[in-house]
Design a protein around this ligand. Structure first.
Ligand code: FES
Length: 399
């Protein structure tokens, strides 16, 4: 059904029920249909969005409110919960100084919010040498457009957990704010007990602080603890401090070791390493330590940067599983060459962070940008990321 058909059916329904349909509702419905279409095929659908509003959360973090700019070509409806799962990210493509640059950002809106006003939010920190984040903070204006793709990622709340401990550092709060905004505020509704340990430089540097305080006041199941690195009573999070916070929150440490309690970590690498190590070791936080499968991490990743000259000649790439050969043009990634050659490829972030485009190189030389999310074991076993890798000789790929 076209968007016009969708609007007509809404008007028709409104006549039947005598309920007036406002322009705003129609717009939200149209936006929802576009998000539905995108969520139905997150890997291949690129959607153009308009920046409807910009809001500063702190001096260095700002939120963009986005709505789709295109009418959807069909209106396959899904419940709103299937738009995205709170904690997922989208990949954004900006044109900065004539170059197309992609970055992945966590969605910060609540899932129900996307349904009611049709807007999707992302919150971006201005990084000192961040080309894209500086562009977003200094140049991007309300009314500007860019492409997004996704949602992607599996940093989502486990369905079965009775207790959830979130440990956030700085802008690592972004997936958690979406998850918290998506929780029912009514404590009669089923839902987990949640502890948020939020580490920031100073109170002024704490994004969403007022909103988090309001949530904690109105939701008895939510506890928020702030840890500041600077200022009065500043104390970085340490294993001992984490243990005291957890002891205070959960009177029976045995419960922390059970599958009904899950730990989610998102923040700078040092904070996540410290938290993961102290949680999983014996006799640091709990007697036996938290089972590794109950600790979920969302790594911050820097988009892969070019660290080699791009290969200057065309190269054939043979894909073993499909028995197809494509040609990589000079400067073309293996992923782009495969897609241009008509191959079905798994991919999402295209900046080296999600691992969806992992391929195994059987023969030939490949240059790969760094950093990327592959482990040293995967690299040693011949795995590469197709989005950040370039053929320097004829290749044979297991994909
Ligand atoms: S598409 Fe995400 S790492 Fe390549």
């Amino acid at each position: 059904m076209s968007i016009f058909g969708n609007i007509l059916s809404l008007l028709f329904d409104s006549k039947q029920t005598k309920t007036p349909v406002t322009t705003r509702q129609l717009k939200a419905q149209k936006n929802k249909a576009t998000w539905d279409k995108m969520a139905a095929n997150p890997v291949t659908t690129q959607t153009e969005v308009i920046v409807e509003d910009i809001q500063n959360e702190t001096d260095s973090i700002r939120t963009l409110f986005l709505t789709p700019s295109l009418a959807p070509s069909d209106t396959a409806q899904k419940p709103v919960s299937q738009h995205f799962h709170p904690g997922q990210f989208i990949t954004c493509e900006f044109e900065v100084n004539g170059k197309k640059l992609k970055r992945a950002y966590s969605i910060t809106s609540a899932e129900q919010e996307t349904n009611t006003n049709g807007k999707l939010q992302i919150s971006v920190k201005k990084e000192i040498n961040g080309v894209v984040s500086n562009y977003i903070h200094d140049d991007l204006q309300v009314g500007d457009r860019f492409l997004i793709q996704g949602p992607s990622g599996d940093f989502v709340l486990p369905d079965s957990a009775e207790r959830i401990v979130m440990i956030a550092g700085g802008v690592g709060i972004t997936p958690f704010i979406s998850q918290l905004r998506s929780q029912p505020e009514n404590t009669e509704s089923p839902g987990p007990e949640i502890l948020l340990v939020y580490c920031c430089e100073t109170p002024e540097d704490t994004a969403f602080r007022n909103e988090l305080n309001r949530m904690a006041r109105s939701n008895a199941r939510l506890t928020v603890k702030y840890i500041y690195n600077h200022g009065q009573d500043a104390k970085r999070l340490s294993p001992e401090k984490l243990r005291l916070i957890l002891d205070d929150w959960c009177s029976d440490p045995i419960q922390l070791e059970q599958n009904s309690t899950r730990f989610l970590l998102c923040g700078p690498a040092g904070l996540m390493e410290m938290a993961q190590e102290s949680l999983s070791q014996q006799q640091v936080i709990t007697e036996r330590g938290i089972p590794p499968e109950n600790i979920l991490r969302e790594a911050f990743f820097t988009a892969g940067q070019q660290n080699h000259e791009r290969p200057q000649s065309e190269q054939p790439i043979h894909f073993r599983r499909t028995n197809k050969t494509v040609t990589a043009l000079p400067g073309q990634s293996i992923l782009d060459a495969a897609l241009q050659g008509g191959l079905e490829m798994q991919y999402s972030c295209q900046v080296g962070g999600c691992g969806h485009c992992k391929i195994k190189v059987h023969k030939g030389d490949v240059y790969s940008d760094e950093p990327n999310c592959l482990s040293s074991n995967e690299l040693n076993a011949g795995y590469r990321l197709a989005c950040l890798s370039y053929a320097a000789s004829p290749l044979e790929i297991d994909a």
